[in-house]
Design a protein around this ligand. Structure first.
Ligand code: DC
Length: 225
């Protein structure tokens, strides 16, 4: 039921996934990372050699798309493309940019809308993305727009990449984040923006524990209303 669900939106690297996952655990909800779904479509486009900005090339790929999502015993969301586990493959650097490109295409957004709403019909969810509070779950019981200064987001993203064993420069990560945000904010369909009834949480000056505490109290307050 949408009224019990939690929508978390915000730009890249704001800590959405880490915080949303922890919040879901606290509430006993299912965490749905919608960015992973767009990333899986981007991987499909990449493997097919299709231009990620061309709807004429991408739309036909959606017809035969075998996309599945499930949760392991560890509670981690896993993505499957034609039966193949692509959970790790969709995290590589190139896929971030491609995901932002395919996400701007109306046929892709239409196709994934039902998929995402179904999750919220079948479970109590904490769902994170760019348009969850504005488009996917407009009746969510609690909506949060999570953000932080671009430099803080780039530093966090760099740390995350390093932990995954991927090398990168702060400057490059920052440039990519800013470019991706521009793309996500300025697209015609379902752009990244704060829903009117969403609460803004800026984590620039907050550590992880502090951010989580603030998020939990904010969301619990909203859901109790
Ligand atoms: O959250 P992420 O970095 O994994 O998302 C990858 C891209 O997918 C992001 O740049 C924009 C797109 N996206 C979207 O358009 N709408 C969502 N609800 C989630 C992600």
């Amino acid at each position: 039921m949408q009224e019990k669900s939690v929508a978390i939106d915000g730009p890249a690297g704001a800590g959405k996934s880490t915080l949303a996952r922890a919040l879901a655990r606290e509430l006993g909800y299912l965490y749905v990372d919608t960015g992973a779904i767009y990333r899986t479509v981007a991987l499909r486009a990449w493997e097919a050699g299709a231009d990620p900005s061309d709807p004429e090339q991408i739309a036909p790929l959606l017809k035969g798309l075998d996309l599945r999502m499930d949760y392991g015993a560890d509670g981690v969301q896993r993505m499957y493309l034609s039966g193949r586990d692509v959970t790790e493959a969709i995290r590589v650097h190139q896929i971030s940019g491609l995901a932002s490109q395919v996400a701007a295409l109306p046929p892709v957004r239409d196709f994934l809308l039902d998929f995402q709403r179904r999750q919220a019909m079948e479970h109590d969810v904490v769902m994170d993305g760019r348009d969850i509070g504005t488009v996917v779950l407009p009746h969510a019981g609690a909506k949060v727009f999570l953000t932080a200064a671009p430099e803080a987001r780039a530093r966090r993203r760099l740390l995350e990449l390093k932990q995954r064993g991927q090398e990168a420069e702060l400057e490059t990560v920052l440039r990519d984040i800013v470019q991706r945000d521009e793309q996500d904010r300025n697209r015609a369909v379902a752009p990244l923006r704060q829903a009117e009834d969403a609460v803004l949480l800026d984590t620039t000056e907050l550590g992880l524990e502090e951010s989580l505490k603030a998020l939990i109290s904010l969301v619990k307050g909203r859901l109790a209303q």
